[in-house]
Design a protein around this ligand. Structure first.
Ligand SMILES: CC(C)(COP(=O)(O)OP(=O)(O)OC[C@H]1O[C@@H](n2cnc3c(N)ncnc32)[C@H](O)[C@@H]1OP(=O)(O)O)[C@@H](O)C(=O)NCCC(=O)NCCS
Length: 148
């Protein structure tokens, strides 16, 4: 990713991604400021990978992956996919899969022996993509609303 060139397109992709995955999420200037700050930090860090997919120099997809050290896990060096998204009009053409393969290759180069990610249970498109690539559920994130 070339931060200065791709920043606006990547920020533009986040609204749907966050709304899909975090019900009640509020998209606005504050979120955009924070996300831009995190991207700028990630762009300078060797343990973070930022990738875009482009067609005719237009950004059509984005992926963010980080290298993690998991002390309590047999796979201690892991690559965590934090964000993957493709513009609505370019979906189902293999771009999401291509970005995921890029993340896996980057993870291997960094010494990771496993790739992990989190996905909202209702996000059927993303789950189908991951399952199709061999990812499986390993852990549940559970919650219960408390009465007022
Ligand atoms: C999830 C997402 C990145 C997939 O991108 P994509 O470019 O459409 O995915 P691909 O074309 O590479 O799909 C690969 C395979 O995944 C599965 N898949 C992808 N989208 C699917 C859908 N809507 N329904 C069912 N299966 C789907 C299919 O098996 C597909 O292969 P096929 O098209 O040959 O059947 C895209 O839908 C997206 O950007 N969603 C919004 C952002 C988001 O929620 N990201 C995930 C955060 S955890």
């Amino acid at each position: 990713m070339r931060l200065r060139h791709d920043l606006d397109a990547v920020l533009g992709l986040q609204e749907e991604t966050y709304r899909t995955n975090f019900p009640g999420f509020r998209y606005g200037p504050r979120f955009l400021r924070e996300f831009e700050k995190l991207l700028r930090m990630a762009d300078r860090a060797h343990h973070e990978g930022l990738f875009v997919a482009e067609i005719a120099e237009k950004v059509v997809g984005f992926l963010w992956v980080s290298l993690l050290y998991m002390e309590f896990d047999a796979h201690q060096e892991q690559a965590l996919v934090k964000d993957v998204c493709v513009t609505a009009e370019m979906r189902r053409r293999g771009i999401g899969r291509l970005l995921m393969e890029r993340a896996e290759a980057w993870g291997s180069q960094q010494g990771a022996t496993k790739v992990t990610l989190q996905v909202t249970a209702a996000n059927q498109a993303a789950i189908a993509l991951y399952e199709g690539m061999g990812y499986a559920v390993e852990r549940y994130h559970m919650g219960r609303e408390l009465a007022d």
